[in-house]
Design a protein around this ligand. Structure first.
Ligand code: SF4
Length: 369
C-alpha cells in the first residue's frame, strides 16, 4: 500500500508540505465532496483566507459566500468559529494534541483523525466511505456498514492496520486506493496492489461489498419559488435551521408523492404569493426547474418569475396564513447585489437564472424538456 501510494498518489496541493491549516481546509471541504469538485474551492479559499488569522478575522458573510456551492453551510460556520478559537486559545497555531483538535467546532472523529494523521503523522484511525469500502472488501465483511455498532468494528480494524510511524501515508493510501482503484462500481482489481490479500476478490464478489441495510423509499416533493422583477425579494434563514444564515428567494413545498400539472403548480404558487405578500401576481413566467436531494427526499423546484411587485415594497407579511418566515431578515435587492448574499446551492442556481452573467447553456440545462 505504501509503495503504491508513493507511486500513484495525486499531486494535491495540501500534500506539498502537509501544513495543518491547508490539511484542515481540505478535510472540511472533502466531507461529502469529491476532490475534483473541491479543488477550485480549496484554491479560492486559500487565496481569500491564506491563514487561520485571516479566516478568524473575516466576517461570516464573506466566509459563507466563499463556501457557496459546497453545501452543508454549518461546516463553513463551524470552520469560522474554530479558526477564532485557534486564535484565542492556541495563539493562532493549530493544536497538535488530538483531544484539542477534536474539541474544535465542526471537527468530529473522522476529521480529527485525518488532521492528526495527515498533518502530524499521529497513529489515529480514519474511516470514511472509501476506507469502509476497501476494508469491507479486503476482509469480506458482510455486516451492514450503515449500522453504527458495525462501524465501530471498522474503526478498530483500521487503527490496528496503521504501520508504526506511517500513519500519514497509510491513511491516505487507504483512501486513495478507494478513490482511484477500489471504486464502488467496476473496481480495478487487476491493478490493485492488495489483490492477493482481498477476500472479496478471491470470492469473485468485489461489488457485493460493502453490505448496506435496505434503503428507505425516496419521497418525491414538488416545490416552487418565485423571483420578483425588477427588484428581487430575498430573506435569510435563521441560524439553527437547515441552511441557517443563508439567503433564499421565497419558496413553498406544494405536494409530497403526488403529481401536479404545470398549470396547477403555477396556480398554487400564485396563491402562496397572494397569501404571504398580500397582492395578486399577474401571470407567472416559468424560468426553469431545479432538482435537489436531501435525506430521503427528491425535490423538483419550479422557479417562476413575477413581473409585478408589491407597492410599497414589503416582505412576507402577517396576512392570515402567513408563516414564521415573516420574522426573518429580508431585503429587496437588484441582481447586481446577488454577489453580496450567500445563497444555498439551489438558490444560487436561481440567482444564476436571472443574473446577467448567466450563459444560454446553463439556462437550457435547468429547463426540463
Ligand atoms: Fe478492491 Fe479489488 Fe483491490 Fe479488493 S482487489 S481491494 S475489491 S480493488
Amino acid at each position: 500500500m505504501l509503495e503504491w501510494f508513493d507511486r500513484n498518489q495525486r499531486p494535491l496541493p495540501w500534500r506539498r508540505k502537509y501544513l495543518p491549516y491547508p490539511v484542515w481546509v481540505s478535510e472540511v471541504m472533502l466531507q461529502q465532496t469529491q476532490v475534483d469538485t473541491a479543488l477550485p474551492y480549496y484554491k479560492r479559499w486559500l487565496a481569500l483566507f491564506p491563514t487561520i488569522r485571516s479566516l478568524a478575522e473575516s466576517d461570516e458573510k464573506k466566509v459563507l459566500k466563499a463556501w457557496e456551492g459546497l453545501g452543508y453551510y454549518s461546516r463553513a460556520r463551524n470552520f469560522h468559529k474554530a479558526a477564532k478559537i485557534v486564535m484565542e486559545k492556541h495563539e493562532g497555531l493549530f493544536p497538535e494534541k488530538y483531544e484539542d483538535i477534536l474539541a474544535l467546532p465542526g471537527i468530529g472523529r473522522y476529521t480529527a483523525g485525518a488532521i492528526a494523521s495527515i498533518a502530524f503523522n499521529q497513529e489515529k484511525p480514519i474511516v470514511d466511505g472509501n476506507v469502509l469500502r476497501v476494508l469491507a472488501r479486503v476482509y469480506a465483511i458482510s455486516k451492514p456498514i450503515d449500522d453504527m455498532a458495525n462501524r465501530e468494528e471498522f474503526w478498530r480494524l483500521q487503527k490496528k492496520l496503521i504501520p508504526k510511524d506511517q500513519a500519514r501515508n497509510f491513511n491516505q493510501a487507504l483512501m486513495e486506493l478507494g478513490a482511484l482503484v477500489c471504486a464502488s462500481k467496476n473496481p480495478a482489481c487487476a491493478v490493485c496492489p492488495i489483490q492477493k490479500n482481498c477476500l472479496a476478490f478471491k470470492k469473485g464478489r468485489a461489488e457485493a461489498y460493502p453490505v448496506r441495510q435496505k434503503k428507505k423509499e425516496m419521497i418525491k416533493v414538488t416545490a416552487s419559488a418565485v423571483v420578483f422583477r425588477p427588484r428581487h425579494y430575498v430573506h435569510q434563514r435563521p441560524v439553527g435551521e437547515i441552511m441557517g444564515g443563508l439567503w433564499e428567494f421565497p419558496e413553498w413545498k406544494l405536494v409530497k408523492n403526488g403529481r401536479l400539472s404545470p398549470e396547477i403548480i403555477e396556480e398554487l404558487t400564485a396563491k402562496h404569493i397572494e397569501n404571504e405578500f398580500g397582492f395578486k401576481p399577474a401571470k407567472l413566467k416559468t424560468l426553469g426547474t431545479i432538482k435537489r436531494n436531501y435525506t430521503h427526499h427528491l425535490e423538483t423546484l419550479w422557479v417562476f418569475e413575477s413581473s409585478v411587485i408589491p407597492s410599497p415594497l414589503k416582505g412576507i407579511n402577517s396576512v392570515e396564513g402567513s408563516t414564521k418566515r415573516q420574522s426573518w431578515p429580508s431585503a429587496w435587492i437588484t441582481k447586481e447585489e446577488f454577489s453580496d448574499y450567500p445563497f444555498s446551492s439551489a438558490h444560487a442556481k436561481i440567482a444564476k437564472m436571472v443574473s446577467p452573467a448567466r450563459t444560454g447553456r446553463e439556462f437550457e440545462l435547468e429547463i426540463q424538456s
